[in-house]
Design a binder for this molecule. Structure first.
Ligand code: AMP
Length: 398
């Protein structure tokens, strides 16, 4: 078990907190501040304890010097002041004497935010990736700025960066924050020790992205429902005609092997909503053998019914990936129906692994009905694959 905030004495200490403030910003305006709000329990607790709170985060990617102007965390500091209801000292540096002096002059209960950690990926126009490749010197330097490290950024927990693994490996005390703690508890409950029947629903574009998840969940789940673009590679493996649908030719054999070893656990769609090309047009429908001149862009009505029936009585449901091209009005029905079917399950523990499925649930007003929607698509996907998360692994054990 990893140390959590309450395992460490933080009063009066300088606490370095890796948060996930990777919020959408357009023309200096923040679109959605949920990630800022999600970090507040940890920040508030540290303020109440009288810690000197030093926050930092990445924002988007920095690939060239000119990206920096648009990807400063300055607007986030402003919004954070409003959300936290207290001043936030912003330092537009990722290292140096200005940052060091500002941290030294903090009083207990005060908050400082420093600049986008990924500014360290480009130096004088050269791509160096000090942050993203966990440069040893950078992790050590950041660690030297405080007494305690708190990782509360679940969205980057699957990456070994200087701002998580680098600092954690170079500081005497570390723990996870309340947000990461909750994510880990929910994922452990849903994936590692689920109540049965446990039904997993996997969708999205590619088999290759989800092979690890299917592999791991075949050992844990009672049924795995597969939808989305990846279903057509499975159809092909079973000898069906998939027309112009998405297919990973080099994964057809693998899909066949999975069907063989799944022993009836894998549930595939039984019909398909199709279009002549990748366009948001009125669908035509077919069974699992598609006409040559169409591509499958969503599951059809019979599959929706099958999946709804399969979900009935589930005690645990984990969902990752849409059932079709849900960005198209005409091809979002399968995703919305599955989302609704999960949301309406009474007494089930229901988990969404972030990304597109989380977006679909939130857009369609079902967010409140799920037990947990992960804030980290990539991190929760890797958790579902049974992988350890380096950003968590590097934190001290209890
Ligand atoms: P992923 O990132 O793997 O979860 O894939 C999500 C993407 O898969 C979404 O952008 C969907 O539009 C896309 N997708 C889902 N079903 C299909 C399909 N049948 N054909 C093409 N793309 C699809």
């Amino acid at each position: 078990m990893k140390k959590t905030l309450k395992d460490i004495k933080v009063a009066g200490k300088t606490v370095l907190v890796r948060v996930d403030f990777n919020v959408p910003i357009k023309d200096g305006v923040i679109g959605d501040d949920n990630r800022i709000k999600a970090a507040m329990p940890t920040i508030k607790y540290l303020v109440e304890q009288g810690s000197k709170v030093v926050l930092f985060s990445h924002l988007s990617r920095i690939k060239a010097e000119e990206d920096k102007a648009k990807k400063s965390l300055a607007p986030v500091a402003k919004r954070l002041e409003e959300v936290a209801g207290q001043p936030v000292k912003f330092v537009a540096q990722t290292r140096g004497s200005e940052l060091e002096n500002a941290i030294k002059s903090l009083n207990g209960g005060e908050i400082l935010l420093f600049e986008n950690t990924r500014f360290e990926d480009v130096k004088d126009g050269e791509v160096v990736k000090y942050e993203s490749k966990n440069n040893a010197e950078l992790g050590k330097y950041w660690a030297s700025l405080g007494d305690v490290f708190v990782n509360d950024a679940f969205g980057t927990a699957h990456r070994a960066h200087a701002s998580n693994v680098g600092i954690a490996s170079n500081i005497s005390e570390s723990c996870v924050g309340f947000l990461v703690q909750k994510e880990l508890e929910m994922l452990a409950k849903g994936i590692d020790s689920p109540e049965h029947p446990f039904i997993a629903i996997i969708g999205g574009a590619k088999v290759s992205d989800k092979i690890g998840v299917i592999d791991n969940l075949l050992q844990k789940a009672d049924k795995i429902i597969i939808g989305g673009g990846m279903a057509y590679t499975f159809f092909k493996a079973l000898g069906h005609n998939i027309g112009k649908s998405l297919c990973e030719e080099d994964k057809v054999d693998l899909a066949k092997q999975y069907m063989d070893k799944a022993n009836g656990k894998i549930i595939l769609p039984i019909d398909s909503a199709n279009a002549p090309e990748f366009k948001d047009v009125n669908p035509s429908f077919s069974g699992v053998d598609l006409p040559d001149d169409v591509m499958g862009l969503d599951i059809g009505p019979d599959s929706i019914k099958l999946f709804e029936d399969t979900l009935k009585g589930a005690k645990t449901v984990a969902w990752n990936g849409p059932m079709g091209v849900f960005e198209f009005e005409n091809f979002k029905k399968g995703t919305v129906a599955v989302c609704e079917a999960i949301a309406n399950l009474q007494e089930a523990f229901t988990l969404i692994g972030g990304g597109d499925s989380a977006a679909a649930a939130i857009q369609n007003g079902f967010a409140e009905k799920f037990t947990h929607i992960s804030t980290g698509g990539g991190a929760s996907l890797e958790y579902m694959e049974g992988k350890t998360l380096p950003g968590v692994e590097a934190i001290q054990n209890k």
